[in-house]
Design a protein around this ligand. Sequence first.
Ligand code: TXA
Ligand code: MG
Length: 357
Amino acid sequence: MRAPVVKVRRFRPERSPAIIRAAALLRAGGLVAFPTETVYGLAADAFNPEAVKRVFAAKGRPSDNPLIVHIADPDDVSLAAKGLSEKSRALMRRFWPGPLTLILSRKKRLPGIVSAQADTVAVRIPDDRIARALIRAAGTPLVGPSANLSGRPSPTRAQHVAADLRDRIDLILDGGRTHLGIESTVMDMTVSPPALLRFGAIAPKEIEALIGKISLPETGAGLDPAVRPRSPGMKYRHYAPRAELVIIDGPAGAVQEKIQELINKSFQKGRKAGIISFRKRAGRAGKGMVRYAGSSPEVVAKRLFSILRDLDKAVDLILCEHPDERKVGRAVADRLMRAAGYRMIRAAGSLEDAGHE
Ligand code: TXA
Ligand code: MG
């Protein structure tokens, strides 16, 4: 099986032959990758347990990591969830369609495999015409994890999906580059106060402005086995390129020197190295391949996963300037730290001290 990559037009996508074909595949229990405003998702009929099982298998996803149910219309939330609070309704009204996933109480009729047998369910409406046209045409809510192999950077282009999953799924809908570039913000509405489980395009402040105090995850939660993550997905190493990724922290000048030193060392050992920079005038880095990721949260979010995948093809070691949360935003900083598995070197200290070698 080698999934075809089919372009979908953005004008009236509901009439496009690609959507009609994709919907038929989904109704028959097939797997279809589709664009959303955040990243590409891997769709299957949420009410077909066999199809959902194939999603876990295709991604190599641990079965204890639940999936998000994607719907096209707010009323359809009642197909998967029950007992919506006023706060949940307020968030839905304000942010749907959009990059906000709500964890709600699961209806028993939704197959347990979708939620990894939890009594909660994650739901969102994507802000993408192609995605909503697909859900409506399929006539059923769709599960939609990011369409990457488990642990790899999320896909922001159809080609990324093809690189990871082409031989494991039935069809890839190509809607171009995704608009936001990182996944949705995830809010658990079944606890009090509501808890943010994953940072995303919608900032905690925007949510608090609407529903009052929410709780935020601790930094590093999910990687420290002592801190049991409430969102099962957060405990796995994520977004990771195959190349080694290391974050370099410290005063700007020292960071540049350190990067240069590490690149030289790396080349001496016959390993190619690349750099992710947040400053336009990053300058040359000798033999290193430099990728400028932008300096605002929006721009970096859009480019990050694509840059990780590109560098991964070209180098063995990726050095990244420490992402300043105030500049690139918490969502991006969080994903970079996870991609690096929290491996960080202080430019002032030595490589050995950081336990790098
Ligand atoms: O932007 C997005 O959300 C993308 C697009 C395709 O919609 N989807 C996505 O799905 O990122 P995925 O499966 O890669 O990430 C879903 C996250 C995981 O961290 C998972 O553990 C968490 O949401 N999650 C899903 N259901 C949950 C539940 N019932 N309780 C707690 N966390 C849940
Ligand atoms: Mg994912």
